[in-house]
Structures are given as structure tokens and as C-alpha cells.
Design a protein around this ligand. Structure first.
Ligand code: GTP
Ligand code: MG
Length: 584
């Protein structure tokens, strides 16, 4: 376990202890501790086919573990994991898995369509040394479009750092690779390069290629992206690169915001309890009434936002995506013409799919950033009228602002963007609600169980939940559109055809597929933001109810309660400052 994981867990345990000593309760800390305890870092290894990704990982493991070869070889993403009992686990779309011998890795490709991805458990000291770091051998860019996109759909939102393998013989970074780096960049993740097969070129040639690639990276991406050169020593070089990955920093990026948010909620509860304990019970009744009204306001506001804002936004964002994809496809028309002239429909389809992914992802992310911000502000303004007069929702005037900021911030988190394989927010919510209904033996007429959305409502999750299914649809509609390209063997004729037939046909498809996908996710987003406001009010309501029931115990007990709350708040602030807000 990393030092920072340890520190975070110690902090959460101490916070839990503090809360347990008061009349408050908190159920949010344990799930967070679970996540921190079980966290792992997925490090996908990507690149063109035959760049030497699988060979690099074999060199790292010092044996012929993964299949390699000249034609596109790897069809299923394969996670390398430590296990004292070596085996291969093939995962199915429904979440179940099939256990196989490790040797099955050589032939599993034939059954690629059945599985989502593989986990290869090996009893290997290098894997044991860093068990929370999981390298993933990814299919190359020349594997079938469906396999390639399936792997990306899963690992783009989940990878914490990407290793890009480029063969020195390739000479530079291809446009495909640059688009992929754009996607990784949208997710806010880091990446490093391995310049592979350097033993096949003279040293000066390697220097020239490395220089060219470094220039390409620097002109397109801010930040540092190390490039290491690997030849026969590839395994050792990869070990060095992994050693330099700052796992502590990555873990901090994944959890710090969530810990701050959880702390903020606890402090709020403590504040609410303290101000309630100070008041005469009549004052608290006014607050409870304001809270009940607040929840009604949120529900009304949500219905209004769903009816109007969300559907308008879906239409507007879809239109922007369609226009932007058209422009980008036109921009890469030379690449498309080259693929068309070579009769390479696979490459043609791949370029189109890449452009759709990168462009819609970028547009949706920008639009959702603005949209979610507005939704948070709308909910907050619905609540603000309840806050002004005495005995309003809260005594702390900054409360609503802080809460809005917290929710806004949580929407921008880059951590685990999706929790499930076929993850879409709407699907997740339905599934989660069904699970809770069963668990709580819910009956018609009971209030619906509360789904915990905290970790899902992020802009990146919404974006992913639209883009991934869109690409799945594109894989189905593209062959029909591309079929008519076959007759064009002449450059200029092909250019015209692409501009006037192919691109408009792709845009037409997007125009019909995108709005329903967007509308579904936007509805889920609005509901979830409303839920977060409601949850926060409910937590405060619980505090007041709790206090009301213990009120009869007399003045001394009340003073003691107040003192205990104040002490807990002070200690929690001290711990938070030490663990979450100090520089080291
Ligand atoms: N000379 C030399 N050949 C290499 C090196 N690394 C890989 N190769 C060869 O390059 C070919 C492709 O290697 P793979 O490891 O299968 O490539 P990959 O990137 O996993 O390819 P896909 O799985 O098809 O995407 C194989 O024939 C390897 O033997 C290297 O460092 N030097
Ligand atoms: Mg491979």
C-alpha cells in the first residue's frame, strides 16, 4: 500500500471515530475508505499494430508470455496481474468470467467477440512488487475496429497513465496516434512514450526520430511526457519508466477531492448541529420547515429543468457535434482519400471512428462543463429564497455558495469516470435503484430508496456515456456508408465523393443517433445534481431530528452536547488541515 493510501485511511478512521462520539452519523466515509483500500492503477500500453507493445511487456516479464507477431495480433485487452495461482480470466459483457489456463492466451483471439477483456494472473516478482499497478496490453490500431474501440471504450476512462509505444522504424507519430493522445488529454491523464525497436536503426537515425517525435509532442501537448528509447534492453527500460511514475501523486489526484468533499459535508453537519443546539426548539422548527420547502423547491426546479433546459441542450449540443465532425472530416480528407485509393476500407472506417470519438468528446465535454455549471446555479437560486429571512435554511450565509461550489467541483472530477463495463449514467441509476429495491424489500407505495450518485455525476462520465455507445452505432452504420466508395479509383473523383456524399451521410446518421443519447444522459445529470442538493439538506434534517429527540434531557446535557460537537469540529479541522491541505 502507498504511503498516501495509508495516510488517507488513517484520516478517515479518525474522522469516523470523531463522528461516532457525537450524535451525528455518517455513512459516506466507509465506501470511500473501501475505494482507497482497493484502488489500483490501470496503465494501458497503446500504439500502432506491430509497434512491439506485447513484445515490450514480454521483455518486462522476461519470457514469451503474450503472443506476438507481424500481423495484428492482440485482439483483446489483457491486464497483467499478480496472482500466486496463475490463470487466465476471460471477462464477459454481463460481468461474469471464464477461467482458463494461462496457455489459452495463445488461442483466445479466436473467441475475441465473446469477451470484453482478459486478466492474466501470473506469479511474477515484477508484478508482485507493484500489485496495485496493472499494465494492460492493448490491441493495436490495426486490429479490427470493433476490438480496438471496445478496448478503448473501457480503458480510456479508466487508465490513470498511458504508455505509448512507437516503433523507431515508423519515424514519427501518426495522425491516428495524435487523435488518441487528444482523447487521453481530454480525460486529463498523463502519458509517456517508449521508442521501441531502436536496435534496428543506427544511433543517428534514432536521434533524428526521437527529436522529431519530441517536437510533435511539444507542439501539441502541454506538460512533460517522457520519451525513453528501448532496444534489446526494453524490459529494463520499461521497469525504469514505471518506477518513475509518481503513484503517490496519481493516488492524490484520484482521492483528494473526494476526501475534501466528504470533510466539507461533515463540517456542515457539525455546524448545523451546533447552531440547532444553541437555539430554542421553536427556532429549529422553522428551520425544519424551510428544509422541507427546500426539498420541494428542488423537485419542482428539477422537473422544470428536465422539461426545458435539458431537451434544448441535447438538440444544441448534437447540432454542434454534427457540424464539428463535418469540419474535422473535411480537414483530414487527404488521409481519407489515401485510405480510399489504397482500397483500405478498414483504415477509412478507423479514421472516421477516431474523428467522431475525438470531436464529439471534445464538444460534449465543453458543452457539459457549461451546462452543468448552469444547472447547479439554477438549483442554488431556487434554494436561495429560503435562506434570507431569520430561521431560514441555514444560519451560515456562505453555506449555499460553498455547497454549489462543492457540487460544481465534483462534476469536474477526473477520477474513475465510469464504474461499470457498459456504463452509462442512466443505466447505472436504474440498475442501482433495482438493486436497492430488492435489498430493502421495497413495496409499491414506499418511498424510493436513495441511490448514491456521489461518484458518478461527472462531466467526463456523461461524455463517456454518450461517446461510447455512439461509436458502437458508428461501427454498425459505417460499412453501409463506405460500401459506395469502392468504385472510385481516381483521386479527384474520390475527393469529391467524400466531400459531397460520404461526410454528409455520416452527419445524417449522427444527427439522428446523437440527440436521444444526449437527452438520456442530460436527464440523468440534472436529476443527479438535484439529488446532491437534496441529500445535503436531508443530512442536515437528520441532525435536527436527532437533536429534537434528545432535547428533553435538560440544559446540562445540551451544554455537554454542544461542547462535544465543538471539540469534534476542531479536531476534524485539525486532521483535515494536516492530511488534505498541507503541502507535504
Ligand atoms: N527487432 C526488433 N523487433 C521487435 C522488437 N519488438 C517487437 N519486435 C517485433 O515486432 C513484431 C510485432 O511485435 P508485437 O509485440 O506483436 O507488436 P504489438 O504492438 O503487440 O502488435 P499488435 O498486438 O498486433 O498490435 C514482432 O514480429 C516482434 O518480434 C524489438 O525491440 N526489436
Ligand atoms: Mg500485441
Amino acid at each position: 500500500m502507498l504511503k498516501i493510501q495509508d495516510a488517507y485511511l488513517t484520516y478517515l478512521a479518525a474522522a469516523q471515530q470523531l463522528i461516532n462520539n457525537t450524535i451525528l452519523q455518517s455513512e459516506t466515509l466507509e465506501p470511500l475508505a473501501q475505494d482507497i483500500r482497493h484502488t489500483e492503477f490501470l496503465v494501458p500500453v497503446i500504439g500502432e499494430y506491430s509497434a512491439g507493445k506485447s513484445s515490450l511487456l514480454n521483455a518486462f516479464l522476461g519470457g514469451e508470455v503474450l503472443p506476438v507477431g507481424l500481423k495484428p495480433v492482440t485482439e483483446l485487452a489483457t491486464e497483467l496481474r499478480y496472482g500466486s495461482d496463475p490463470h487466465l480470466l476471460a471477462l464477459l459483457p454481463d460481468g461474469s468470467s471464464e477461467r482458463l489456463d494461462t496457455g489459452a492466451i495463445a488461442t483466445i483471439k479466436l473467441r475475441a467477440h465473446e469477451f470484453t477483456h482478459l486478466q492474466l494472473y501470473l506469479d511474477h516478482p515484477r508484478l508482485q512488487a507493484q500489485p496495485s499497478l496493472v499494465l494492460v496490453d492493448m490491441p493495436g490500431f490495426g486490429s479490427s475496429l470493433a476490438s480496438h474501440e471496445k478496448a478503448l471504450a473501457y480503458y480510456l476512462p479508466r487508465g490513470v497513465h498511458f504508455i505509448i509505444v512507437v516503433s523507431a522504424e515508423a519515424g514519427n507519430l501518426t495522425q491516428s496516434l495524435m487523435r488518441r493522445l487528444d482523447d487521453i488529454h481530454t480525460y486529463g491523464r498523463g502519458f509517456s512514450f517508449v521508442l521501441n525497436k531502436t536496435n534496428l536503426l543506427a544511433d543517428e537515425e534514432v536521434d533524428a526520430v526521437a527529436g522529431l517525435i519530441e517536437t510533435q509532442i511539444q507542439t501539441s501537448f502541454a506538460g512533460t511526457h517522457p520519451l525513453i528509447r528501448a532496444g534489446r534492453d526494453a524490459g529494463e527500460r520499461l521497469a525504469v519508466l514505471l518506477g518513475r511514475l509518481d503513484s503517490e501523486q496519481i493516488a492524490r489526484g484520484l482521492f483528494e477531492e473526494r476526501l475534501k468533499d466528504a470533510t466539507h459535508t461533515l463540517l456542515n453537519q457539525l455546524n448545523a448541529a451546533m447552531s440547532a443546539a444553541r437555539k430554542a426548539s421553536a427556532g429549529n422548527e422553522a428551520v425544519l420547515l424551510a428544509m422541507a420547502q427546500g426539498i420541494e423547491q428542488i423537485e419542482r426546479k428539477r422537473d422544470g429543468l428536465l422539461d426545458e433546459l435539458a431537451s434544448q441542450e441535447a438538440g444544441r449540443t448534437a447540432a454542434m457535434c454534427v457540424a464539428e465532425v463535418g469540419r474535422e472530416l473535411d480537414f483530414v480528407r487527404d488521409e481519407l482519400v489515401a485510405a480510399g485509393l489504397a482500397g483500405d476500407r478498414g483504415a477509412f472506417g478507423r479514421i472516421v471512428a477516431e474523428v467522431i470519438r475525438t470531436t464529439t468528446g471534445r464538444v460534449i465535454k465543453a458543452q457539459m462543463d457549461a451546462f452543468s455549471h448552469q444547472v447547479v446555479a439554477d438549483f442554488a437560486s431556487a434554494l436561495s429564497s429560503l435562506q434570507t429571512h431569520d430561521g431560514g435554511l441555514d444560519d451560515d450565509p456562505g453555506w449555499l455558495n460553498e455547497l454549489s461550489e462543492k457540487i460544481d467541483r465534483s462534476l469536474r472530477k477526473t477520477g474513475d469516470a465510469l464504474g461499470h463495463w457498459s456504463g452509462s449514467l442512466a443505466e447505472h441509476n436504474t440498475r442501482e435503484l433495482e438493486r436497492l429495491k430488492q435489498e430493502q424489500k421495497w413495496k409499491e407505495g414506499d418511498p424510493l430508496p436513495e441511490v448514491n450518485y456521489q461518484r458518478l455525476a461527472t462531466v467526463l462520465a456523461v461524455m463517456t456515456s454518450v461517446v461510447n455507445p455512439l461509436i458502437e452505432l458508428a461501427i454498425i452504420f459505417l460499412p453501409g456508408i463506405l460500401a459506395s466508395l469502392q468504385q472510385s479509383r481516381q483521386r479527384e473523383q474520390l475527393r469529391q465523393k467524400i466531400a459531397h456524399e460520404t461526410i454528409p451521410a455520416i452527419q445524417r446518421q449522427l444527427r439522428s443517433e446523437l440527440p436521444p443519447l444526449l437527452a438520456e444522459q442530460l436527464d440523468a445529470l440534472v436529476s443527479q445534481i438535484g439529488q446532491q442538493f437534496e441529500q445535503e439538506i436531508n443530512v442536515k434534517k437528520q441532525v435536527l431530528d436527532e437533536l429534537a429527540s434528545s432535547r428533553s434531557e435538560g440544559e446540562d446535557a445540551r451544554k455537554q452536547q454542544l461542547a462535544a460537537l465543538a471539540a469534534a469540529r476542531e479536531e476534524l479541522q485539525r486532521l483535515a488541515k494536516h492530511t488534505l491541505y498541507s503541502e507535504n
